[in-house]
Design a protein around this ligand. Structure first.
Ligand code: PLP
Length: 271
């Protein structure tokens, strides 16, 4: 297949095919160490402490056997994009008592019940209906949930998340849902190989956080910024990410084209 090499300044999105499948605990250990090294280098460039960045391994599309290898390599929190898939894996792996689950994809109200049962973190909150449904189910379960408010920083109509101007009002409504522990903001950057178009998405999220921080209602924290994935997490860290969500650089390239998860006009088909 003919494909032009991306320019040196490009993000790694265009090179996803280069991540080999991890098929042993050793592979996972090596990949995790390599990602931690990339995190440390990015932190070094901007004078940040690598301990201020949490790595969230994203296991979506990979099967239970691979998730168990990741667990054996030390992963104790895994990110999943789709609720049904996450719930299935949670059930299958319930023997691993200290394994926790982060739901990082869009949630429909009718799936809130499931998330309230098994997730320890939900990163894609963008509607009060979902907040209310989650809170109600969490109260029944006697649980709490860490949540991130998802913001659309790319301006793409196809992306989930609140418009930046709507976030302040949204945050004011969240103290009504005491089972939700609001930790910060989350975004997906424009899916592009062009750094000059990706970085402004991360800058937008950080600047929004700076603006809103002092006005957030009591109990609503904006300390965390979840942004950056395999192809762009170094840029996100340079712009202040405290959580990076990394799948392919740990598990290997996904068979599924990425526009299955992020329908986007910007993105050429990766198949
Ligand atoms: C899949 C996914 C990621 C990780 O993407 P990779 O390219 O596998 O690193 C990050 N965030 C969200 C919301 C995702 O769905």
């Amino acid at each position: 297949m003919m494909r032009a090499e991306p320019p040196a300044s490009a993000t790694l999105h265009a090179r996803h095919g280069r991540y080999p499948q991890a098929t042993s605990v050793e592979d996972f250990r090596r990949n995790l160490a390599a990602v931690q090294q990339r995190i440390a280098s990015a932190c070094g460039r901007v004078g940040r402490d690598p301990a201020s960045v949490r790595l969230l391994p994203v296991s979506k599309t990979f099967d239970e056997a691979h998730l168990r290898l990741a667990y054996a390599a030390g992963c104790r929190l895994l990110g999943e994009n789709k609720v049904q898939e996450a719930q299935r894996k949670w059930q299958a792996m319930s023997d691993l008592a200290d394994l926790q689950w982060s739901v990082i994809g869009h949630l429909q109200t009718n799936k809130a019940k499931q998330v309230a049962r098994f997730a320890s973190e939900f990163q894609a909150l963008d509607s009060l209906r979902v907040a209310e449904a989650l809170d109600r189910r969490l109260q029944i379960e006697g649980r709490q949930l860490d949540v991130f408010v998802q913001v659309n920083t790319s301006g793409e109509a196809s992306k989930y998340g609140l418009e930046p101007h709507a976030v302040a009002g949204f945050l004011q409504a969240l103290p009504a849902f005491p089972a939700l522990r609001v930790r910060g903001l989350m975004t997906l950057a424009l899916f592009s190989a062009d750094v000059a178009r990706v970085r402004p998405c991360f800058v937008r999220l950080r600047e929004l956080r700076e603006r809103l921080r002092d006005h957030a209602p009591a109990g609503v924290s904006l300390e965390e910024l979840s942004m950056g994935m395999s192809g762009d997490f170094e840029i996100a860290i340079e712009e202040g990410a405290t959580v990076v969500r990394v799948g392919q650089a740990i598990f290997g390239a996904r068979a599924m084209p990425d526009d299955y998860y992020w329908p986007s006009a910007d993105q050429p088909s990766t198949t």
